[in-house]
Design a protein around this ligand. Sequence first.
Ligand SMILES: C[S@@+](CC[C@H](N)C(=O)[O-])C[C@H]1O[C@@H](n2cnc3c(N)ncnc32)[C@H](O)[C@@H]1O
Length: 280
Amino acid sequence: MPRADEIREGQRLTWAGLSASWEKWDSVIMRQLGPVSVAMIECLNIHEDQEHLDIASGTGEPGLSIAKLSPKGRVVLTDLSAQMLAVAARRADAQGITNIETKVCSADDLPFGDATFDSVSVRFGYMFFPDMQTATAEFARVLKPGGRLCASVWTRPEANPWTQIAMEAISTEVDLAPPDPHRPHMFRCATPNTVSALYEATGLHDISEWDVGVELVADSPEMYWQMISEHVSLAAATLQQVDEQSRMRIRATAIAKVRAFEKNGKVRVPGVARCIVGTQ
Ligand SMILES: C[S@@+](CC[C@H](N)C(=O)[O-])C[C@H]1O[C@@H](n2cnc3c(N)ncnc32)[C@H](O)[C@@H]1O
């Protein structure tokens, strides 16, 4: 079993390195993942004076959208990576959002008192936590009685060609080891009920999960490849291990495959996320 501090350090370094790319591709990422934020927010019962905690906020979603719906409330954006949160703070400034705070901390060790928040969100963070059960217990601890927790994760790779095309192209040049279930991986929570079981074990009730479709829209196959290779953690990390010639062959393979998704002058590649809600 890998050590928790080793996983946290790896994640800190990974996301510090990816933060500039997430800022660069912000509008494409936000458009792709927007439907997931909408689905999560719908089940969180956000009021104008909500005390909300966003975990693994990265560049700020869904925390910033919740802050806009809660002008008399407060949203705390937390993440392991100071660099990702710095992007979130710049996005908040650009949108004139002032009712937020940022805090660098790990999901499994929250610096907040018991029963502090009305709601907690975790968009695409769960799969990166060293100990997902400890993290879930922390979310339940800081929720007020009756407060809601909503998370989203990716479903299986085959339902997510937007990333799978790139990973299959990479696998033509690199031996990709099968993912270790104890280590962070984009599809670590893809099996149905993975997160529901964590909620249940923590004593949350009214648990349900459902799938939400997304679509990555790029102006061209070349733009698709540039974006994916720069901001998807697994793709970016693996591409660093290969030489320039391999990289060019991988790029050509991915671009050829993604052409199947060209429509009306755009590339539109689908994916499926899963949302999981529970009540404290
Ligand atoms: C895919 S990004 C998601 C960002 C944002 N919620 C979104 O959906 O756009 C994953 C984020 O999880 C954060 N992360 C990884 N491990 C973490 C941990 N142990 N505690 C808190 N955040 C963590 C990373 O730093 C990164 O910002």
